[in-house]
Ligand binder design. Structure first.
Ligand SMILES: Cc1cc2nc3c(=O)[nH]c(=O)nc-3n(C[C@H](O)[C@H](O)[C@H](O)COP(=O)(O)OP(=O)(O)OC[C@H]3O[C@@H](n4cnc5c(N)ncnc54)[C@H](O)[C@@H]3O)c2cc1C
Length: 455
């Protein structure tokens, strides 16, 4: 007979582990499936930075011991000409630099302790759908290959989104994500022979020339260790991602070449608003598979854990009510949009704008502090951009013919607020969803037009 579970979670990354653990703690019989081996689960291309507030939000213990490599007080953002840097610090800017492998091991252990059955070295090939409902998955593994049945499924397989891509059709469910909404990223861990200078701040370098539609990062990971990487909007990538990375270092930060490379790897990150609808019949989608990454900085560990927890809780309630249709799972959408999705969607408005401003405009905007240092953190935490525009700035902008830039920025800031409010009123019931979705599509068209300077 085919094995059968209340809940099958695909992917044991940060989102999948939290989903599996939450559901098992609430009494479900859960199977967690993962392609990688148990010891390598956390190993992936990542900047390794997780904001402290994410742990507080889901009441997860802070990383300690070998799991914690370093702590950052905040981040410095450099303009393309390196002339201006904004220093973002304060409670919401504190971040842990984690050892991804150890962090992954801890999350797996917590899931196992809660009673989750874990199948590593096992790949889910596809969902099995009957009557427009996911009823099982076909897997190929080192110990078991065949069909695994479940009453409900969670796709936490990251950008590969193996269930989402083949999910049953229900209103507003997106199976694919556009190239313009993906970043291709590459990162290396490098070690120096001596201590690095500034170890308390992560650094972000904006540049359309070197990282079109993305940025270069340098995150200290110890006294003499750094995590450095670069992301480029996938639709604009014209050469291998590693070539962008090497070019930036050679031309802008050559001192980084004195360090030895310990590890180098690349991967995709979705950078957009969350999927409009993250549930189908018998299916919830979590983490990168649901495009839940912060669209501005690409941080997705925190939101994936938050969403994993919400998806696990929703699965428990839906099983109690014995309604595993998309309607029965709808509350996951509502909960996610309230706690993170609304902010994420408003930041997507700003993402499109940032990806389409020139280096000159960025240099100018940052040097004039059109957004004050203290407001950048608020923007990242709450998805609101407040502009500080003096009469002097206005006169200057007029004199250099840049009023259009300013009016775009103003419009973007208004649209961020409109989008956020719209997402905060995400319909509690699927019946209100079609109307809400029509308005979203209109707003997205509008902010893409304004962001790209087509108005
Ligand atoms: C270069 C880079 C730098 C980044 N830096 C940061 C950062 O500093 N901070 C931050 O917060 N975020 C960062 N991110 C984003 C972050 O890594 C992701 O958002 C986060 O890991 C998403 O978690 P997840 O659980 O959704 O997916 P993942 O962590 O990708 O987990 C998915 C899991 O599913 C497994 N899997 C996939 N397909 C299958 C299948 N068919 N069958 C079985 N298992 C499967 C995979 O092996 C994997 O273990 C970065 C991303 C990249 C690419």
């Amino acid at each position: 007979m085919e094995p059968s579970y209340d809940l099958v979670v695909v992917g044991a990354g940060t989102g999948g582990c939290l989903a599996a653990k939450t559901a098992a703690e609430n009494g479900l019989n859960v199977c967690l499936i993962e392609s990688k081996s148990a010891e390598n689960i956390g190993l992936k291309a990542c900047g390794d930075a997780v904001g402290m507030h994410h742990f507080d939000n889901i009441r997860l213990a802070y990383p300690t011991g070998s799991e914690l490599c370093w702590e950052l007080e905040g981040v410095k953002i450099f303009s393309p000409d390196f002339e201006t840097s904004l220093r973002i610090m304060g409670l919401g800017a504190k971040a842990f630099m984690v050892n991804r492998r150890e962090f992954g091991r801890r999350l797996i252990k917590e899931a196992l302790d809660a009673g989750v059955e874990f199948m590593d070295k096992t790949t889910v090939l596809k969902p099995i759908i009957e009557n427009n409902h996911v009823v099982a998955v076909r897997v190929k593994g080192s110990v078991f290959s065949g069909v695994l049945k479940g009453r409900v499924f969670i796709d936490a397989s990251g950008v590969s989104a193996v269930l989402r891509r083949n999910a049953p059709e229900v209103p507003g469910f997106e199976r694919t994500v556009g190239r313009e909404d993906l970043e291709i990223a590459y990162r290396e861990i490098r070690v120096f022979e001596s201590e690095i200078n500034d170890k308390t701040f992560g650094c972000i370098y904006l540049s359309q020339k070197y990282a079109p539609g993305g940025y270069f990062w340098l995150f200290p990971k110890g006294l003499n260790v750094v995590n450095i990487g670069l992301g480029v909007q996938f639709s604009r990538a014209k050469m291998e991602i590693k070539n962008y990375f090497t070019r930036f270092i050679n031309e802008k930060l050559p001192w980084l070449n004195k360090a030895k490379t310990l590890d180098g790897r690349g991967a995709f990150v979705p950078t957009r608003r969350p999927l409009d609808n993250m549930v189908s019949n018998g299916l919830l989608v979590v983490g990168d598979a649901a495009c839940q990454v912060n669209p501005i900085h690409g941080g997705g560990i925190g939101p994936s854990m938050t969403a994993g927890k919400l998806a696990g809780e929703t699965a428990v309630k839906a099983l109690e009510k014995a309604d595993l249709s998309y309607r029965g799972l709808w509350n996951y959408n509502v909960a996610y949009m309230r706690v993170y999705g609304a902010k994420q969607a408003s930041l997507d408005v700003f993402r499109v704008f940032l990806q389409n401003v020139s280096d000159d405009e960025l240099n100018y905007g940052m040097s004039r502090k059109l957004i004050a240092e203290e407001d950048v953190l608020k923007a990242s935490l709450y998805g609101e951009v407040k502009l500080t525009i003096t009469d002097k700035t206005l006169r200057f902008l007029r004199s250099i013919g840049k009023l259009n830039f300013l009016s775009r920025l103003r419009k973007i800031s208004e649209l961020m607020e409109t989008v956020k409010v719209h997402y905060q009123s995400f319909p509690e019931n699927p019946d209100g969803f079609p109307k809400w979705l029509v308005a979203v599509r209109k707003l997205v068209d509008e902010y893409k037009m304004v962001g790209m300077g087509n108005v």
